[in-house]
Design a binder for this molecule. Sequence first.
Ligand SMILES: NC(=O)c1ccc[n+]([C@@H]2O[C@H](COP(=O)([O-])OP(=O)(O)OC[C@H]3O[C@@H](n4cnc5c(N)ncnc54)[C@H](O)[C@@H]3O)[C@@H](O)[C@H]2O)c1
Length: 249
Amino acid sequence: MNKVAIVTGGGSGLGQAVALRLEKEGVHIVVVDIQEEGGNATVEKVKALGVDSFFVKADVSKPEEVKNYVDQTVNRFGTIDYFFNNAGISGSGKFFLDSTIEEINQIVGINLLGALYGAHYVGEVVVNNGGGSIVNTSSSAGVIGQDSVVTYSATKHGIVGLTKSLVAEYAKDGLRVNAIAPGPTETPMVKAFYEANPEMKENATRGIPQKRLGTPEEVAELVTFLLTSKAEYINGEVIRIDGGFTNTK
Ligand SMILES: NC(=O)c1ccc[n+]([C@@H]2O[C@H](COP(=O)([O-])OP(=O)(O)OC[C@H]3O[C@@H](n4cnc5c(N)ncnc54)[C@H](O)[C@@H]3O)[C@@H](O)[C@H]2O)c1
């Protein structure tokens, strides 16, 4: 029987790459995004390759919208096997004291609360159905400190805590939870951020031992491995995929 996955932030970047990679495993995919156009485009691409897929528009910072995408998935497919808890924003790149409270709230609401709500509602289904796995998206900024992204970094460190502590509570119920910590990866979010802060792209590439950014396809390969049974005994890990960046800090 086909496995069932939910991918948040599935309309672009890492989420879209993971949806397209999971499709190759014959997984039914529910694409969640706040942007309809991107979400529907991913669904069309996935369906063209032969599996079932549909789009749910949701703002992950709103708990009732998170519950809705989980309910819609269960109504259609009966269960959830894999959850890529990934939707996020980078913020403006301003130093912390120049950031507004509105921006701080927005980043925390989407990146951290959105991930907690997702883990809460999906976790309930997975535990009741006897097992499944979650991959949360952290970041290099979730394992080291970095300037210009203080609030973002706080949320991504929070993702690490969510990942490790969920395992402590629910591994016995068949829930596996891991996180990825990508370095700068060539997605629309990063391109937009570097366009607004060009000096940071040069700095970033210089600081990466492999002297290039990552690709969404490289990240999708890792996420697919972690979600599926190939990684059955890997639990609570935060896997860095950053060309050596954070290990040389
Ligand atoms: N690209 C990188 O270099 C990089 C590095 C480390 C971590 N990350 C993380 O990876 C994740 C995906 O980023 P990406 O690079 O693919 O960015 P992206 O902008 O290409 O994709 C993010 C997607 O999330 C969606 N989204 C934003 N706010 C949302 C909300 N409130 N509700 C639902 N969907 C929402 C966007 O519409 C978009 O489709 C983020 O959590 C980001 O912090 C990215």
